[in-house]
Design a protein around this ligand. Structure first.
Ligand SMILES: [Zn+2]
Ligand SMILES: [Zn+2]
Ligand SMILES: [Zn+2]
Length: 363
């Protein structure tokens, strides 16, 4: 994520703002240009969901909804107490996830109908209020339809599930990135023999029985040495879950580094060395502000990882000073780094050339 400017006065805006705190102009996020525009100016209108779920994106030209809300198929029953508050939190996380997809140049196309496999859609549902016996809503992905149980928007409930599942990280944004990982596996890897072969070499053969693999995982858990080749215990359950977890982590890492870059935040020695090398050659010692386009996706992954290791160690240490859990409670092993690099190379190719690749290339 980056920082934004008010289109009227230039004051800093954050991604969730709907009004400038300096000049009081009503502003809307324009996903096509990744910037804020003035509401009402030049035929720019707010999304129909503005008053429903605090959406601050502009409606697509000629449409009622914005590019993100357009993807919603079902929303929770708003007559149920608390559901609107939950939906608002869910939408905020979803929009951050979609920001990264658009920044990466990934296709974000609404599902036209249930049979349209290539499109993307969301169902945000609450467990039936009938109490025990009613079917539970499971968060997951199925052919481009991502279902999320809005109970995950309640921090007490999400924390209960996190402990129950033995996880050390559980967030709405993490759910979206994980489920979207499944969707983009279908889009970018499934039907491409070369990418599929490269995927299997790293993540394993996804043709092993998925249902059975998950059952086994839930019954027995991960092997004690899982950190040697997986980013999370859950990633050991099946190659698809390994992929979705790794994909989500790549987005956690690049999105966070983008913000660090936008803040022009020094990354200790690493950043100083790089900045000095840059500045001495062309500015006679004056440090230059960070360039406006971070393009983390287009950097070599070793560089991204080196920055991330510095930042995550620093952030974890800072959090501990405040008595908070680690910002990034994960270990990136050599094997996990190779899996992250695979996601990185794939996203680099998508960013540079679109989702179709030249036949001769490995990605
Ligand atoms: Zn302003
Ligand atoms: Zn909207
Ligand atoms: Zn999954």
């Amino acid at each position: 994520m980056k920082l934004f400017d008010c289109p009227h006065c230039g004051h800093r805006l954050y991604f969730e703002n709907a009004q400038c705190l300096n000049c009081a102009s009503p502003v809307l996020y324009d996903p096509a240009d990744a910037r804020f525009v003035l509401s009402g100016a030049g035929g720019v209108f707010q999304c129909t969901n503005a008053d429903e779920c605090a959406c601050n994106w502009m409606a697509e030209p000629g449409h009622a909804f914005c590019r993100a809300c357009e993807l919603n198929q079902l929303i929770p029953d708003l007559s149920v107490d608390g559901n609107r508050r939950r939906w608002i939190r869910v939408e905020a996380a979803k929009k951050r996830a979609i920001y990264s997809l658009l920044a990466a140049g990934l296709p974000v196309v609404p599902k036209r109908n249930a049979g349209d496999e290539a499109g993307l859609a969301f169902d945000f549902l609450a467990d039936p209020i009938g109490g025990p016996g009613g079917a539970r809503i499971l968060t997951g992905h199925d052919n481009g339809l991502i279902t999320l149980n809005v109970a995950e928007a309640d921090s007490a409930e999400r924390e209960r599930r996190r402990v129950e599942m033995g996880e050390n990280y559980r967030t709405l944004l993490g759910h979206f990135r994980h489920e979207l990982g499944h969707y983009y596996w279908d889009r970018l890897i499934r039907d491409d023999p070369q990418r599929l072969a490269a995927f299997r070499a790293l993540f394993g053969d996804e043709r092993v029985d998925y249902e059975q693999a998950l059952k086994t995982y839930h019954a027995k858990g991960a092997a004690p040495d899982w950190q040697q080749d997986h980013i999370s215990a859950y990633a050991t359950s099946h190659p698809w879950e390994d992929w979705a977890e790794t994909w989500a982590h790549h987005l956690h890492i690049t999105d966070t580094l983008e913000m660090v870059h936008a803040l022009n935040f020094p990354l200790g020695r690493l950043e100083t060395v790089e900045a000095n090398e840059l500045s001495r050659s062309d500015t006679g010692g004056e440090l230059q502000p960070a360039p406006s386009e971070p393009a983390a996706v287009l950097e070599p992954f070793e560089k991204v990882l080196a920055r991330w290791l510095v930042l995550s160690e620093a952030s974890n240490s800072i959090n501990r000073c405040m008595g908070l859990p680690d910002l990034y409670p994960f270990v990136i092993s050599e094997v996990t780094a190779r899996k992250l690099a695979f996601v990185h190379e794939l996203l680099t190719v998508v960013k540079e050339t679109g989702t179709k690749r030249e036949p001769a290339e490995a990605f």
